[in-house]
Every structure is written in C-alpha cells, then in structure tokens.
Design a protein around this ligand. Structure first.
Ligand SMILES: Cc1cc2nc3c(=O)[nH]c(=O)nc-3n(C[C@H](O)[C@H](O)[C@H](O)COP(=O)(O)O)c2cc1C
Length: 194
C-alpha cells in the first residue's frame, strides 16, 4: 500500500531520547507524499531537556510537514467529528501516555487526538518507548494489544542487563507498520530483538 496522499497524524510524547530517530522517520514519511499533521503532548511541547529544546522540535515538525503542530486539547478534538486522519501514530509513546490510553484518560492533546480518532473506527499505531514496559506497564501493553484498531510498531528490550524492564520500538519500521495497520494487520513479528 502506498502512503502517498494518506492523512497521517504523528503524535509526539515525552520520550525525548528517541526524537532524533523519530524526526528522521518523519522526514521519510513526508518524502512518501503523506499529508502529515503532528500533535505534541503538553510535556513534549513544554519541556526542554538534554536531548534538545521544545521550540526547536516544534519548528522542525512544522518545517518537515508544512503544517503547525497541534498543541492543545481543543485543537485536537476536531480530529474526531471531521474524520481528519486515516491513521494516527503515537511516535514515540511514553509509559505515561500508554497507561492513560489503556485506562480511558484523555488529559493531553495526544490522548484527545487518540480518543477522537478511535471513535471513527480507524487505526491507531503505537511506538513504545518506556523503561517500565515489562514492569508497571506490562498489563497495559497486553490490554492495548487486545484492543480493536490498536497496533504496535515491533518492539524489543533495548538494554536487558542495565534496564531489564525497558522496551522500545523499532522506529525504522514506521512505514511498513503504517501500511500494515492501514490494512488492518499487525506487522509481524511484533516482538523483535533490538
Ligand atoms: C529527558 C527525559 C527523557 C524521558 N524519556 C522518557 C522515555 O523514554 N519514556 C517514557 O515513558 N518517559 C520518559 N520521560 C518521562 C516523560 O517525559 C513524562 O512521564 C511525561 O509526563 C510524559 O508525558 P506525556 O506522555 O504526556 O508526553 C522522560 C523525561 C525526561 C525529562
């Protein structure tokens, strides 16, 4: 399936260490001719960290996509009634956002976008990146894997010796995972060593 012309939401949450790779993939997606709307969680649009300044990431997103990022819950809400997206990917998805999504909490622009989009019975793709994936969030991953219209970019343990509960997605599989999810398929194998 071609991603050309597909309306793709790319939602950033506060896993800042993955942004460098995420922006490389965002560029590839733009080169495919997709119509991209980025959405930033309040943490991702409001926090500077050692991985970069929030305003620089917002500017890069606008430059790559040609559109201003969505930064508020009211601006994310029309995604539902307007059926604005063919697919939404949370890229990267923090443990915080994952846990809230699994429990029906909608208190950030990204979670609002996810809720609004899912009401249209369309695919939501998650790109896991959290130190508690095999710990506190394992039950939430299981719950979301069994939820209609939710898919995962294949993921694995990134540092089993030093961070035994940590798992992270293969961000380089964004394009094939989007294609599979648009066809209603989970890209396999979903568990893939890093
Ligand atoms: C430098 C830095 C790196 C972080 N990396 C991660 C991460 O990789 N995964 C994660 O789940 N949380 C990470 N966090 C914590 C989240 O940013 C924090 O839980 C935040 O509340 C997430 O909000 P959001 O899910 O709405 O974006 C990091 C925080 C900081 C300051």
């Amino acid at each position: 399936m071609s991603l050309k012309g597909k309306r793709i939401g790319v939602a950033f949450t506060g896993s800042f260490c993955t942004y460098e790779k995420a922006f490389l993939e965002l560029k590839k997606l733009a080169e495919e001719g997709s119509v991209i709307q980025t959405i930033f969680s309040s943490a991702s649009s409001g926090m500077d960290s050692r991985f970069g300044k929030a305003n620089d990431f917002l500017a890069a997103a606008e430059e790559i996509t040609g559109k201003k990022p969505i930064l508020t819950i009211p601006d994310a809400e029309p995604i539902g009634p307007g059926k604005l997206l063919d697919i939404l990917v949370i890229f990267p998805c923090t443990g915080n956002t994952l846990a809230k999504l699994a429990n029906g909490i909608t208190d950030s622009p990204v979670l609002m976008a996810a809720k609004a989009h899912l009401r249209n019975n369309r695919p939501l793709l998650l790109s896991l990146s959290t130190n508690d994936a095999l710990g506190m969030n394992m039950k939430n991953i299981g719950l979301l894997m069994n939820t209609k219209n939710i898919y995962f970019i294949p993921f694995g343990q990134d540092d089993p010796q030093n961070k035994p509960n940590s798992m992270i997605s293969h961000s380089e599989l964004l394009l094939p995972a989007l294609e599979a999810s648009l066809e209603g398929r989970q890209l396999q194998p979903v568990l893939l060593a890093k």
